[in-house]
Write a protein that binds this ligand. Structure first.
Ligand code: SAH
Length: 485
């Protein structure tokens, strides 16, 4: 049937059907827990029937230190053509029989990932949820990816997502070196990443590599793309190319997807967003926690003598408005990933009707806190107020580097909810976060440990201040860290 050469590329097997191999290796000890995350037992070899062949899952390496799961696709390429499963308009020409698709990673692999590792891709693990939420040291090998655009494309797609990328061009046939090299690459990706994020990246980007033929583009593809890719894709430097290739150059769909990505959302989800904000505000209003937060931030900025302030994740511009009224502050720069929020900020601040002298103090732009940006460097204080908990835990390392390694403002102020306090909010059901978009909420200890490590690594001093009325047992509702160089 099939023959596996670990560490090598895909090889044609003796039979008519052929295969494509994806391996995922974890070195996060005990590495065998990878089996729980994938919901596939390391001692078994399991086979799944797919529309165009079979998928096998097995573990070639199973030790406490290192565990490798393999997903092997075993195609029936001729059956594929005969069944015309890849589109109504395809013709049974010779090209369909004589092609390299079956040996390469393709949209079929994406379908298989979604089908075979569905729960892992959603980030759900019955047995090991905490581990599913944690970035793990993962090493992925794809035996043969077709990449029109070559190594540069592969790097351009995966490096901004934090992967170390190794690429090796595959010789068409080792028995006939004179045939030369094809458009196929062995691709190796390494990162500390949540398994769900890794699978989602592969799910979206594999069909993008496979630009030549792509069989599953329909209107619902826009939804699939936004569902799986929205957050990281909207800030990916290659988002236009990814969207265009994923949607197979169908301009209408492409524009629709891009508009929705860049707007941060469609009108329906804009409403949902506003609703979510209101929920959080209503929860905190009796204490006017928001005002206390802004007051505390302003006090620190004054104390630091800041004149040029960066508001990272500025949202609707609450802090920007406060800072604009401050005589000592000469420049306020608000950054947010969501175009919708920036638009609301412009409206709420009434930017177009503002006297010019004040208008010149403000700058708002779209950007991501997890990508290096030179525009972040020109300030003497940066604030991220109630923002870190909106960033995927796996991207916090990128946020740290962007801010503390590259931008390096003399003062940094971070605030985030103190989860220990949640029980004190009467209207918040137990176990629920304060906002539906929060990826996590930390205890004081978790926040302080994270901040202290950052300060040590990047040469800052850090102190912690409570915001809101402090409870003897669980502390204050909001926690603030002030970093200074
Ligand atoms: N600081 C504001 C808004 C907090 S809500 C306030 O205190 O009112 C969190 C904000 O962070 C949202 O507007 C969201 O769009 C933004 N955000 C989340 N992830 C981001 C990222 N990676 N880059 C930039 N902004 C981000």
């Amino acid at each position: 049937m099939w023959r596996v050469q670990l560490g090598g590329g895909a090889r044609r097997s003796e039979s008519r059907s052929d295969f494509m191999l994806l391996t995922i290796t974890s070195t996060h000890r005990p590495a065998t827990e990878l089996g729980y995350l994938l919901a596939k037992h390391p001692d078994k070899c399991q086979t799944f029937s797919l529309a165009y062949g079979e998928a096998h899952v097995f573990y070639p390496v199973v030790t406490e230190e290192r565990c490798t799961a393999a997903l092997l696709l075993d195609f029936d390429p001729v059956g594929l053509v005969r069944g015309r499963r890849w589109g109504q308009h395809s013709e049974g020409t010779l090209a369909h029989y004589v092609n390299d698709r079956p040996y390469t990673a393709s949209s079929f692999l994406s379908v298989a990932i979604a089908q075979v590792f569905g729960s892992a891709m959603k980030g759900v693990s019955k047995a090991r949820q905490a581990l599913a939420d944690t970035p793990l040291a993962l090493d992925v090998c794809l035996s043969a990816v077709p990449a029109r655009g070559g190594e540069r494309l592969l790097r351009g797609l995966f490096e901004p997502l934090g992967y170390r990328v190794d690429v090796q061009r595959i010789v068409l046939d080792e028995a006939f070196p004179e045939w030369g090299e094809g458009n196929c690459f062995e691709l190796r990706l390494r990162a500390d990443v949540r398994l769900a994020d890794l699978l989602t990246h592969l799910y979206v980007l594999i069909p993008v590599l496979d630009d030549q033929k792509h069989y599953w583009v329909g209107d619902d593809e826009v939804d699939k793309l936004l569902d799986k890719g929205a957050e990281w894709l909207s800030v990916h430097p290659m988002r236009e190319q990814i969207t265009l290739r994923y949607l197979r150059h169908r301009r209408g769909l492409f524009r629709d997807a891009l508009r929705r990505l860049m707007a941060g959302d469609d009108p329906v989800s804009e409403e949902r967003e506003a609703e979510k904000e209101q929920e959080e505000e209503a929860l905190e209003r009796p204490m006017s926690l928001n005002d206390q937060r802004l007051g505390a931030v302003l006090a620190v900025l004054r104390d630091a003598g800041a004149t040029r302030v960066l508001d990272l994740g500025c949202g609707e511009g609450k802090l920007v408005r406060v800072l604009l009224k401050e005589q000592s502050i000469a420049k306020v720069v608000g950054v947010d990933v969501s175009m919708g929020s920036l638009e609301r900020a412009r409206e709420r601040l009434k930017l177009d009707r503002m006297p010019e002298i004040r208008r010149n103090k403000v700058e708002l732009f779209q950007g991501s806190l997890t990508y290096r940006d030179n525009r972040f460097s020109d300030c003497d204080a940066a604030c991220a107020i109630e923002v870190i908990e909106h960033i995927d835990a796996s991207r916090l390392g990128a946020f740290e580097r962007v801010l503390f390694e590259f931008a390096t403002p003399p003062t940094v102020i971070l605030t985030t909810p103190n989860v220990e306090y949640n029980g004190r909010f009467q209207s918040l059901p137990a176990g629920r976060f304060r906002h539906r978009d929060h990826r996590f909420e930390w205890t004081r200890r978790e926040f302080q440990t994270w901040c202290t490590r950052i300060a040590e690594r990047h040469g800052y001093a850090v102190r912690f201040l409570p915001i809101g009325v402090e409870d003897a047992e669980v502390g204050a509702p909001t926690q603030m860290a002030v970093f200074q160089r």
